[in-house]
Ligand binder design. Structure first.
Ligand SMILES: *Cc1c(COP(=O)(O)O)cnc(C)c1O
Length: 357
């Protein structure tokens, strides 16, 4: 029996999408074979792949002067590919707001020199430093930030105004609400949070920025090679691409990003409101920087953590354990998690508080 899954990633996928995938698993569309048994160069697969790309373009309203790539290697490979392609022998600006930006900086530091424009590490990444505190390099190749820190549960809700071209890791927030793509030179996201199964990484790169990329790297590490070959420089993750396409259609059927944003904001607000009104649970993130996708919370008495996890699992609420570096709990509430799941979680939390408070 399926339960409410609050996993940070790989995360919940809409049940309708899984059911439709199941119905097509043995044979896709009178082709005599499964989609995962099909050549990526076949006209059938190419039609699936282009429809997925087109639906993503429509959902995010991506302008014509951007390439939309379907790659592998996760967001983590982007941590290396971005400096390799765009910053070799140049400084790059990084905003340090949590575990993922820290990892991005660690990888980029192996490639080039990094300017950390600001950091909230000394306050455990419980807020995002104000733009007024940022010290940008006058010559940076790009400015990198993580729009939503999946582990700490903080977010920068609007794209910042920066001197250098803006590059954002949107792994855990992409497609949760509309964004103005034209503010960015590059957006990237691993699929397994809000797009589909693991193994697929989406990169959205402005043409002019792409033209500035290195062309002396090994092919697999060069964005322009992937762009020139429509993301088929080698065999792409065909099944993940196909399934992501179904998630994009599902999102369109939900009314697109404006509609899902309303749902996502009210989901997050209901959980934050409950936590803030309680003396039993707390969330440490500055209100202006609270994530709408990943909501960490602490039990004021951490001796009860084990009991909470045990009882919540029995109540059909899965994967609420916080990241090991933070402790406590975390509810990841991506697009595929409905208000009903949040209501069930709040009801459970209320009862747990009555029993143990
Ligand atoms: C999950 C995540 C990553 C890492 O993604 P992989 O696909 O495992 O490489 C990077 N950045 C953010 C913000 C994430 O949430």
């Amino acid at each position: 029996m399926r339960k409410w899954n609050f996993s940070a990633g790989p995360a919940a996928i809409p049940e309708e999408v899984l059911l439709e995938t199941q119905s097509e698993l043995l044979e896709w569309n009178d082709s005599g074979m499964s989609i995962m048994e099909m050549s990526h160069r076949s006209s059938e697969f190419i039609s699936v792949a282009s429809a997925a790309r087109q639906n993503l373009i429509e959902l995010l309203n991506i302008p014509d002067n951007y390439q939309v790539l379907f790659l592998q290697g996760g967001a983590t490979l982007q941590f290396s590919m971005i400096p390799m392609n765009f910053a070799f022998n140049k400084t790059a600006d990084y905003l340090l707001t949590g575990t993922w930006s820290k990892k991005a900086i660690a990888e980029a530091s192996k490639i080039t020199s990094i300017n950390t424009v600001a950091s909230s590490e000394t306050s455990n990444f419980q807020h995002v430093p104000e733009p007024g505190e940022w010290i940008e390099s006058p010559t940076a190749a790009y400015f990198h930030y993580v729009a939503n820190e999946t582990i700490q549960g903080n977010a920068l809700h609007q794209p910042p105004e920066t001197k250098a071209p803006l590059v954002a890791d949107m792994s855990s927030v992409i497609l949760s609400e509309p964004i103005n793509v034209s503010k960015f030179s590059m957006i990237y996201a691993g699929a397994q949070k809000n797009i589909g199964p693991a193994g697929l990484t989406i990169c959205i790169i402005q043409d002019e920025f792409l033209a500035s990329a290195s062309d002396s790297l090994p092919g697999m590490l060069q964005y322009s090679k992937h762009a020139d070959s429509d993301s088929m420089f080698n065999t792409p993750p065909t099944f993940a691409w196909y399934l992501a396409g179904k998630v994009f259609l599902w999102l369109k059927n939900q009314g697109g990003l404006k509609s899902i944003a309303v749902v996502n904001h009210s989901k997050a607000e209901s959980l934050y409101r409950f936590i803030d009104e309680s003396n039993f649970y707390s969330n440490p993130v500055a209100i202006a920087n609270r994530s709408i996708m990943n909501i960490p919370f602490l039990l004021n008495n951490s001796d009860l953590d084990g009991q909470f996890l045990h009882d919540s699992e029995n109540a059909g609420l899965l994967n609420l354990k916080g990241h090991r570096s933070i402790g406590g709990m975390r509810a990841s509430i991506y697009n595929a998690t409905p208000q009903e799941a949040i209501d069930a979680l709040i009801e459970f939390m209320r009862e747990f508080e009555i029993t143990h408070g």
